[in-house]
Design a protein. Structure first.
Length: 328
């Protein structure tokens, strides 16, 4: 579908100019710029989307939030922070889930637009795939590399986690990763590799495993890594769910945490501080990410150029990490 952005780019004008020229409710302009916009729109086959227009003008003080699933504690935590931050601004937030499926995301966007929300915050971005084009929106936690995004510094967080393990003397450090379409997982993988490089340690691809954010995926990857004859003495898991899965795998294999294996997670969801062995993890500043996303949404509604706001995380040391075994 051709969007206002496409017309604006081809005509060499702003999105707001295109919107004004093509809005049939406004006085007709015969200026050279207006004629050029109409000509370009016709050549590109642009068709005005009444749903998107309604979104821009709805003024219902309602915000749509799209998440993969609310059974994911991270997404539930962010949604609660968006609700709190939007409430402080006199807005009400509603949520839709997608199971991280692009088709479901498209349906969720359309449904929320029909309900006349004033804008969207999406946590479902996929790298290289533009999200919700032509609609005022901001991305949170994950970015598509194109639109406005409010993120935690995932690369920095990973470097803090791996540096913590290196400082304990670990030299064989595994990574339990996430899906390749999620920028958060990719940036944490990059941070892991950079931390090893900074310490002069080789990056062994055989110590990288996993492709989802679930407990089950973490346990599966943990069994693979810990079943190796030259198993790692420490593992950085790119979220707390996968770290819990690694704990299950270690227990099944008769390994003790942290005596046999040190483990670091990511996000600091509430349960990890209450585990039998409290999990060392990286705390994500969800409230600031939510607040920044609302600021970016305001930018989008004013047709401001997209920007990315990045907030640093904090390492939270607990009992799941300790000195490397002497035999390592």
């Amino acid at each position: 579908m051709v969007t206002i952005v496409d017309v604006a780019r081809a005509a060499g004008v702003s999105k707001s100019t295109v919107s004004r020229v093509l809005d049939e409710r406004l006085p007709h302009s015969n200026s050279a710029t207006a004629e050029r916009v109409r000509q370009v729109a016709a050549e590109l086959g642009y068709v005005r989307d009444p749903l998107a227009s309604g979104l821009r003008r709805s003024g219902t003080n309602t915000l749509g939030v799209i998440v993969p699933r609310l059974t994911d504690t991270v997404m539930a935590m962010l949604y609660e922070e968006v609700v709190a931050a939007s409430g402080e601004r006199g807005m009400f937030a509603v949520v839709a889930t997608t199971e991280d499926q692009p088709d479901s995301e498209t349906l969720a966007v359309q449904t929320l637009i029909r309900r006349r929300v004033d804008g969207l915050i999406l946590t479902t971005a996929r790298v290289g795939h533009p999200a919700a084009q032509g609609v005022p929106h901001a991305l949170a936690l994950r970015t598509d590399g194109i639109g406005p995004a409010s993120l935690g510094d995932d690369e920095l967080g990973a470097r803090l986690a791996v540096r913590h393990l290196i400082d304990y003397g670990h030299r064989r450090i595994g990574l339990v990763g996430g899906p390749g379409y999620a920028s958060s997982a990719l940036h944490r993988l990059k941070g892991y590799r950079l931390a090893l490089q900074d310490a002069g340690l080789p990056a062994d691809d055989d110590l990288v495993c996993g492709d989802a954010f679930s407990i089950e995926a973490g346990e599966s990857a943990g069994r693979i890594l810990l079943g190796r004859p030259d198993r790692p003495t420490a593992i950085f898991a790119v979220n707390d769910n996968t770290a819990i899965g690694v704990m299950a795998a270690a227990h099944a294999l008769g390994l003790s945490i942290p005596d046999d294996l040190s483990l670091v997670g990511y996000n600091d969801i509430p349960v990890v501080s209450r585990l039998p062995v409290p999990l060392t993890t990286v705390r994500v500043p969800f409230r600031q990410i939510a607040t920044n996303a609302l600021d970016l949404l305001n930018d989008a509604r004013r047709d401001t150029a997209p920007r990315t706001l990045v907030t640093p995380p904090t390492l939270i040391p607990r009992r799941s990490t300790g000195p490397a075994p002497r035999s390592s």
